[in-house]
Design a protein around this ligand. Structure first.
Ligand SMILES: Nc1nc2c(c(=O)[nH]1)N[C@H]1C(S)=C(S)[C@@H](COP(=O)(O)O)O[C@H]1N2
Ligand SMILES: [Mo]
Length: 553
């Protein structure tokens, strides 16, 4: 009669007995690997609840991936997935981790020590990623250590040559259970060799239970993190003072009322979001302070109440992203409320030789704005509110910069905590390090919103409508043409100032059945006509005319 001892003696050290291996099969082994990975994620999330959510190994590795990703990949991700890029990244990380863990589970059948070492190495990767974050503290090591410990322990337990679930109740009672002839396998009846499928089944059940427990632990960790870091009450408690300098009322005819045309003022919930933050920085305004230093005569440190007490001004402004493709959606208009950034700079006394103001966010993003643009008379804000409400967390609560005329990546630091006046040579901000243009002046853009691409429209008179912006230069004209024919002037909605987009409409008369191509181009406030040449967003913003193809039926 075969015994466990016989099997074990014929197996390499550390390997599962052959009969078990056969019974378990690669699928069970892979499942054990997955359970180990689940334990890692669960333990990591749980530990991160007691350190920082950013220190969770998955989040840290994801953040490192964002920072290390080549520009081409980043640009592609923003364009392809937009605001969903983070979910896609996390999904990708979990998928890769799952596949790797399954492979390690299979490896563990023959080389248990090696598999455990590789799991530990993943933990090491997490620890490295967490400690390499700009705002890292030594305790950020702990979630990765917990993850590695959890993974190795679970792997070791589930891949014990003679598996028994230990203290957990016997999941496979029945006649197959017999006295064990293996002295090392403990008292559990299931450890006997009588039914080879028994231990495999036990392993599956134990792995499944582990995954369930890990999911519960991870979820609890997340919930606890979210609770501990929740700033929604602090945000709701913010009392915004009335503006000392209100924005002039918007002309009533500022928006064209055409179905399908986005509203002139973007509802905050619909405002685009672009950033590198895998977990949102959550800052309690009572703990927030802003430091202004560098090439200034009088460095400043101000708290949130100090900021509100500076006297706030309103600014109606269209913010846009350099990654926006021609015709793309990454632009929005809102009423900002905030303290004057130029006034604060003057109060600090900007020294000669100062060239750029580098804003730093709580999560370590750096955004450089040419000082020249901040002192040329334009309004620029340390914004605390959008559309009359404290900034939403995803838009930079409690404070961000806003500078009309520049793309967000050179002007709009969210979760702002530090402002350094410096030279261009002294510091390359985040995006400049990655090859993007230092200035980031918004290029003239015109977008056909109506009809939608590939729309079917009735023949005759067709309303064409859209949005154009050349922030801080303003829009002087928009022209539309059909099938490469003559350019026709579109009708512009009322002008609300150069810092805002302008909506336009045009009646395309005599539209005949067939497929047609509509194109639009804008002229900015300086008289420059938008160039036809198509260039991609990298490195200084997309150029070219937007066109849509429609079918007249
Ligand atoms: N802290 C931080 N601020 C940031 C960014 C970021 O990644 N991190 N992205 C910038 C970019 S590229 C843009 S376009 C704007 C977008 O602001 P929004 O998400 O509020 O629309 O934020 C800017 N500020
Ligand atoms: Mo951007």
């Amino acid at each position: 009669m075969r015994t466990v001892t016989d099997e074990t003696s014929s197996s390499p050290p550390g390997a599962l007995p052959r009969a078990r291996t056969r019974a378990a099969g690669p699928a069970v082994a892979a499942l054990c690997g997955l359970a180990a990975a689940a334990a890692a994620v669960g333990a990591g999330e749980a530990a991160a609840a007691f350190t920082r959510p950013q220190a969770s190994p998955v989040v840290a590795i994801g953040s490192a991936a964002i920072d290390l990703a080549p520009t081409a990949v980043k640009t592609w991700a923003v364009q392809r997935f937009g605001t969903g890029d983070k979910a896609v990244l996390l999904g990708g990380i979990y998928t890769v981790m799952g596949l790797a863990a399954a492979a390690l589970g299979v490896l563990a059948v023959r080389r248990r020590g090696a598999a455990a070492a590789l799991f530990a190495a993943f933990g090491g990767l997490g620890a490295w990623a967490a400690l390499a974050r700009p705002q890292a503290v030594p305790t950020d090591l702990l979630p990765s250590a917990a993850a590695a410990g959890g993974a190795v322990a679970v792997l070791w337990w589930l891949t014990r040559p003679a598996f028994s679930p230990g203290l957990s109740p016997d999941p496979s009672p029945g006649p197959s259970s017999g006295p064990s002839s293996d002295p090392s396998s403990g008292p559990s009846p299931g450890s006997g060799p009588v039914r080879p499928t028994g231990p495999g089944r036990r392993r599956v059940l134990a792995a499944g239970a582990t995954i369930g427990a890990a999911a519960a632990l991870g979820t609890a960790g997340r919930v606890l993190s979210d609770r501990r870091g929740d700033v929604s009450a602090a945000r709701a408690a913010v009392r915004l003072p009335p503006p000392l300098r209100p924005a002039p009322p918007l002309p009533r005819a500022v928006g064209a009322t055409v179905p399908g045309l986005p509203p002139f003022i973007t509802p905050t919930a619909d405002f685009y979001r672009v950033d590198t933050a895998l977990t949102l920085p959550r800052i309690d305004p009572r703990a927030w302070s802003l430091r202004l230093h560098g090439l200034v005569d009088r460095p400043l440190l101000i708290g949130f109440d100090d900021l509100l007490a500076l006297g706030l001004e309103e600014l109606d402004h269209t913010l846009s992203c350099v990654s926006n493709e021609v015709g793309g959606p990454y632009a929005g208009t809102t009423r900002w409320l905030g303290a004057s950034l130029p006034a604060l700079l003057r109060r600090a006394g900007v020294r000669s030789g100062a060239e750029q103001l580098v804003g730093r966010s709580q999560d370590g993003m750096t955004i450089g704005t040419p000082v020249e643009t901040l002192l040329d008379g334009r309004q620029a804000l340390l914004a605390v509110a959008m559309n009359g409400e404290a900034l939403p967390v995803e838009h930079g609560f409690p404070c961000r910069t806003v500078v009309p005329g520049l793309y967000g990546y050179t002007s709009a630091t969210k979760w702002l905590v530090d402002l350094e006046v410096t030279t261009f040579a002294a510091r390359d901000p985040y995006w400049v390090q990655r090859g993007w243009d230092r200035t980031g002046e918004v290029r003239t853009a015109s977008r056909i919103d109506v009809p939608a691409p590939f729309a079917r429209v009735p023949p005759g008179d067709v309303t064409v409508a859209g949005t154009a912006w050349a922030t801080h230069r303003g829009i002087a004209a928009v022209e539309v043409r059909v099938d490469g024919g003559p350019w026709r002037q579109a009708e512009l909605a009322a002008d609300a100032g150069p810092d805002l987009w302008r909506q336009w409409t045009h009646t395309w008369t005599g539209a005949a059945p067939g497929t047609h191509r509509l194109e639009a181009r804008a002229t900015d406030g300086t008289g420059a006509v938008q160039p036809a040449t198509r260039t991609p967003p990298y490195p200084s913003g997309a150029t070219g005319w937007h066109s849509v193809v429609v079918t007249v039926t």
